[in-house]
Unconditional design. Sequence first.
Length: 335
Amino acid sequence: MVQPKVRRVRGVTARRGLAAALLALGAGPLAMAETAATASALDTRYQDRNGDLVADRPQDAQQWRDPATLVFAFSPAEDPAVFAEVWKGFLDHLSEVTGKKVQYFAVQSNAAEVEAMRAGRLHVAALATGAVPLAVNCAGFVPFAMMAAKDGSYGYRMQIITRQDSPLQSVAELKGKRLAFTSESSNSGYKAPVALLAGQFGLQQGKDYQAMFSGKHDNSILGVVHQDYDAAAVASGIAQRMAGRGVVNVADLRLLYESEPFPTPAYGYAHDLKPELAEAIEKAFFTFDWEGSALQREFAASTPPQQRFVPISYQSQWQIVRDVDAATDSVVRCR
């Protein structure tokens, strides 16, 4: 069944809009690169011997972990109760391949997810795109996969949405309005739209519009529908998936802006897992049969449809995310 699409009104050219905003805020490519390098530094408890910006496994084998039960968490972008069932088939496969019991951990925030991995309580996870640098730097998260279409294409876009019957017709008209974000660690739900609004439209948070935080993308979307917010910054595809579950009607929403593609959430594991276990976890992702699965049904509404796991490079594919962090001065500080 074809899902209805969010209607576009006066969309800004994606590459020109967000890229221009990043340059405006970052005072040029060199300054941006220097700030990004600072923002992407690993916590002192980790080492990056091969220069890929990700924590390496400890050299001392005595520090490797081999837990009897693997704890898995999915990004808290959407309803944890719904996604526990969506992931059940995959987690059964993960258990079979690794020979471990697998427990689903329903996290309520990006911060809680990162803290759980840093504390050693979380072993395998999906991290929201914007939270990946924080998890890499502060929790030893090793991203190795993301969802993609059958042809390998991937990416979601940051969108600014409003109600279909709203008088708002452009991003510039958000001045004086209530704009919903998800959380400060979110790329599409906070950092990218803040950069866009300031750099491209001259709209400053707290001065030109009221920033409100919903906690999750689905909360932001529902808030727009129910008129709690005038508009919201969200990730593409989520409204369509909610529509597939009968939660919202996307015909009730209008698109004011859509960015260039960002990488989708990253899947990875804790840096200190035993090598054989880490290899088995990767094998489970890349050998999972999507055909007829709950994952396939849930993520088929994404654009492009997400139908497989593909390998990723944090160093290259998350560069645009680190650039957004740099332009918005979102320097990662590990507690």
